[in-house]
Design a protein around this ligand. Sequence first.
Ligand code: F6R
Length: 366
Amino acid sequence: EKGGYEHFMIKEIYEQSKAVRETMSARIAKDDSAIVMDELKWNKEFLNSIRKIFIVACGTAYHAGFVGKYYIEKLARIPVEVDIASEFRYRSPIIDDRTLTIVISQSGETSDTLAALKEAKRLGSKTLAVTNVVGSSIAREADQVVYTWAGPEIAVASTKAYTTQLIMMFMLSLYMSEIKKTIEKDYTKHLIGALRQVPSQIHEILEDVEPIKTFAQKYGFNEDVFFIGRSLDYAVALEGSLKLKEISYIHAEAYAAGELKHGTLALIIEGVPVIALATQESVYEKTLSNIKEVKARDAVVIGIALANDDQIEKYVDHIIKVPTTDELLAPLLAVVPLQLLAYYAAITRGCDVDKPRNLAKSVTVE
Ligand code: F6R
């Protein structure tokens, strides 16, 4: 059932290209001019009336929500708050009937996410579930549901669920932007064109994993690793760090690169691996200056950048490049080497990749 792969996790990493294609299929208009969400039964007046969105989830799905916030705010111009489900459900959020609560859950069974969804409904919010499992508790409880169509995810560490959730959040944002008329048609077309490239670009990354394997073998025995990035790169850093922790048991921390000097820089000493994401054009120079800061403390920097970046080599010790894309879609590509890094680091350390200690695939208790 692992289809020739050694673990479910690596199988699912490789399935991402196909999975994201499935998420998109039937949801893009033939002429690439718009996103079609036939499954959403809301009228445009309701969508136009939304003043506030909460995105609520746990773990990796929460990290997808983080990316979703950037997408919705940038494209549809609706204020978004992202919450961890176990926080949201106990913190009396301010909600009315012009609030939309989006819950994200691969399994559709996570207890805190389900409880948060019920709480949002009780307070009068409209609700939308983004999930992978048809007929799951969360799918049944929400007013509306969109499925990610990633196929079953078996490994405890979530990979293809995350990338398909990002695609879904991106498409939902474009869909809302169309209704709210917040962006130009040409820009929509450009973004949809870039979206269509993502499956083959993921495939391209997966064709040559040797350099990543080598880094994992080289640095897999370090006990601390830092991930830094700004904007969407920060969101990806959070996910890369979680992946590494949960399956390789290496202590990993993700930092918004601009926050380093507010404390964490004290931990950056000679030889500490820092994975620096630098795919975001709008904050690129700022990220470079943070990279220089950690280099000045003799950290070993592995940069993750786009293929068209011809500067970064000068500032980092090692570089992993992913295909060039629009910065909004870069998380879908940048996360893949981080998933692989976690996987090969876990293998290097002899960890049980598919069943990390103390963790369960579906967290149905609080
Ligand atoms: C991490 C991981 C967990 C889940 C979290 C939510 O790799 O898998 O953090 O993302 O438990 O699960 P779902 O999405 O099923 O609600």
